[in-house]
Design a binder for this molecule. Structure first.
Ligand code: NAI
Length: 331
């Protein structure tokens, strides 16, 4: 039998946490034959609610779930974890300056970086979900220098899945037949959802999305803004964030990273830029990646047209500014 993997979820008493922990305990993240021990971290005001989630996990009697640690102690939370999903953070409240929110999150991610570096299992894979996701991941990387940068990522899979969903709705095809969309850049409204290389599996073979949609104005306009604004649209409708789809995307992200992407398919992950596609090195930027043997590789050599180039540069520019703001909050 396989040894259980310890999986950390921070912010586990929140919306996404509540949707995510049962998925992990059911094997959606690491597979149906991989036992898990859940480590759930939240802050003292949420301790009672966190304990309630623990009670429900016990009551759900998940066969794969071999233990639950519910704690407000970051060291206990990080000890021995092989996967860390960082959902906890400080939300932007009405009337708050960007700099104030950034200051709070920089300090959270700085201290959690140190705890992970000291106490997590060797080769721990880290996924940052909490916003600003790319920059929180960058801070985590900077303050956990002994964790290899290839082990630190942020979530743009939700945006990627939203792009697939919009194409499937538009063409009235199954979402599982659409693949190879790309989210470039920041998990924010400056992201660039790109379908120039996306395809649909049809009865007469694989066809480019551009050829099937036949409406470049829609693809270059409304499609992009719908994906960029989808989070806000869900909040407007639900009065709460997109917790179900974010949790599902977090599982997709880790599952593909650990177990590999299917042949001929790529996914989007926010990873540390090595300068590929002339994206400035030293940013956490969302790229198309394939995964094998537990490691991601940026898909190389895709042709980039002028329209795409501008949008890829604009979102990189925003990330550079966020990085500068984050650094200014450190001192
Ligand atoms: P929420 O407010 O319901 O939950 C956040 C939880 O984090 C709360 O329980 C809070 O007590 C906890 N928390 C705060 N500071 C913490 C700390 N220092 N350590 C541990 N826990 C801490 O928010 P929700 O809806 O679950 O969203 C969580 C985050 O995910 C937000 O930042 C949101 O913007 C982001 N998000 C990211 C998405 C993505 O695709 N990357 C998609 C949707 C949301």
């Amino acid at each position: 039998a396989k040894q259980p993997v310890r999986v950390l979820v921070t912010g586990a008493a929140g919306q996404i946490g509540y949707a995510l922990v049962p998925m992990i305990a059911r094997g959606v993240m690491l597979g149906p034959d991989q036992p898990v021990i859940l480590h759930m971290l939240d802050i003292p005001p949420a301790a009672e609610a966190l304990n309630g989630v623990k009670m429900e996990l016990i009551d759900a009697a998940f066969p794969l779930l071999k233990g639950v640690v519910a704690t407000t102690d970051v060291v206990e939370a990080c000890t021995g974890v092989g996967v860390a999903v960082m959902v906890g953070g400080f939300p932007r409240k009405e009337g708050m300056e960007r700099k104030d929110v950034m200051t709070k999150n920089v300090s959270i991610y700085k201290s959690q970086a140190s705890a992970l570096e000291k106490h997590a299992a060797a080769n721990c894979k880290v996924l940052v979900v909490a916003n600003p996701a790319n920059t929180n991941a960058l801070i985590l990387k900077e303050f956990a220098p002994s964790i290899p940068e290839k082990n630190i990522s942020c979530l743009t899979r939700l945006d990627h899945n939203r792009a697939l969903g919009q194409i499937s709705e538009r063409l009235k095809v199954q979402v599982c037949d659409v693949k190879n969309a790309i989210i470039w850049g920041n998990h924010s409204s400056s992201q660039y959802p790109d379908v120039n290389h996306a395809t649909v599996n049809t009865p007469s073979g694989e066809k480019p999305v551009r050829e099937l949609v036949k409406d470049d104005a829609w693809l270059n306009g409304e499609f992009i803004s719908t994906v960029q604004q989808r989070g806000a649209a869900i909040i407007k409708a639900r009065k709460l964030s997109s917790a179900l789809s974010a949790a599902s995307a977090a599982c997709d992200h880790i599952r593909d990273w650990v177990l590999g992407t299917p042949e001929g398919t790529w996914v989007s992950m926010g990873v540390y830029s090595d300068g590929s596609y002339n994206v400035p090195a030293g940013l956490i930027y969302s790229f198309p990646v394939t995964c094998r043997n537990g490691e991601w590789t940026i898909v190389q050599g895709l042709p980039i047209d002028e329209f795409s180039r501008k949008k890829m540069d604009a979102t990189a520019e925003e990330l550079s500014e966020e990085k500068a703001l984050a650094y200014s909050c450190l001192s």
